[in-house]
Ligand binder design. Structure first.
Ligand code: CP
Length: 309
């Protein structure tokens, strides 16, 4: 694929070759992401970051990525400070961002918002999470992390645990893992299982899927345990959230049965899924994973700008 000018809306828009190319370019960005080398690759370019929902990692790592490559950023994180509060449509907000910048990063509570935005912009739109839909740049950094932590993705046993219904990172990641022939295990409360539509697509893609019943089982068998937060903000009824809050919490004793090389990932933020005692364990990869957002997003910005082929 020629990435110049491409939108990054869903991981399913990309082939395995495309993804491997992004991961290769990401690897070259690591010294710049760490501040050990400098770069002016995107000097003169402006990134607009439009966050209609809260974010720490995606917002800051996109900004860090642009700044590390010599570019500039503008944007908002509080929708109340924008004219959307006065009734401006998403289409008009995107038209404005298109006029003021070269690339637009959008996080929005509505599933499909990034695809819609791409219809109103001649500049590339990067989906930074659309409701319970997709989070493709998180998936790319997750894949990058799996490669870095356990050497490869192909044939690995990867368990996705927690809120598989509303967790957009789990949706995007499971499609990508299927592309790389990983073995998928799902563990979630009964009311938060992977949506049927996602399962159907995964089956069409030939995914190898298993459903687990306990965290202990998952800890023993997995190369990667991908924990997720129960997405409280997406529950229409708060009492339903209360029924499943705290469903799956790792504890250090469970890890005694894990392979030494097993790694725990989490897109973060965490609530109570991973206690802080685990942070110093050899299994904890989630803070390195969060850092990997910088080189991966640098690669995406460079590719869609066309300064790297
Ligand atoms: N992983 C992730 O999307 O984190 P933020 O919500 O903090 O951006």
């Amino acid at each position: 694929m020629n990435f110049k000018g491409q939108n990054i809306v869903s991981i399913r828009d990309f082939s395995r070759d495309d993804i491997e190319h992004i991961l290769d370019v990401s690897r070259t960005m690591v010294p710049i992401a760490k501040g050990k080398e400098t770069s002016d690759l995107l000097k003169g370019k402006i990134l607009a970051t439009l966050f209609f929902e809260p974010s720490t990692r995606t917002n800051l790592s996109f900004k860090a990525a642009m700044l590390r490559l010599g570019g500039s950023t503008l944007g908002f994180t509080d929708v109340k400070s924008t004219s959307a509060k006065k009734g401006e449509t998403l289409a008009d907000t995107i038209r404005m961002a298109e006029a003021y910048s070269d690339i637009i990063v959008l996080r929005h509570p509505q599933e499909g918002a990034a695809r819609l935005a791409s219809q109103f912009s001649s500049q590339p739109i990067i989906n930074a999470g659309d409701g319970a839909g997709q989070h493709p740049t998180q998936t790319l950094l997750d894949l990058f992390t799996i490669n870095e932590e356990v050497g490869s993705i192909e044939g690995k046993n990867i368990a996705l645990v927690g809120d598989l219904r509303y967790g957009r990172t789990a949706h995007s990641l499971s499609h990508a893992l299927a592309m790389f022939n990983a073995n998928l295990t799902f563990l979630s409360p009964k009311t938060l299982t992977m949506p049927t539509a996602v399962i159907r697509l995964l089956e069409q893609e030939g995914a190898n899927i298993k459903v687990a019943t306990t965290l202990e089982e998952v800890a023993e068998e997995s190369d990667i345990i991908y924990m997720t937060r129960i997405q409280k903000e997406r529950f229409p009824d708060p009492s339903e959230y209360k029924k499943v809050a705290g469903s799956y919490m790792l504890d250090p004793e469970m890890l005694e049965y894990a392979k030494k090389t097993m790694r725990i990932m989490h897109p973060l933020p965490r609530v109570d899924e991973i206690p802080s005692e685990i942070d110093s364990s050899e299994h904890a990869a989630y803070f390195r994973q969060a850092f990997n957002g910088v080189p991966v997003r640098m690669a995406l910005l460079a590719l869609v700008s066309g300064v790297v082929k």
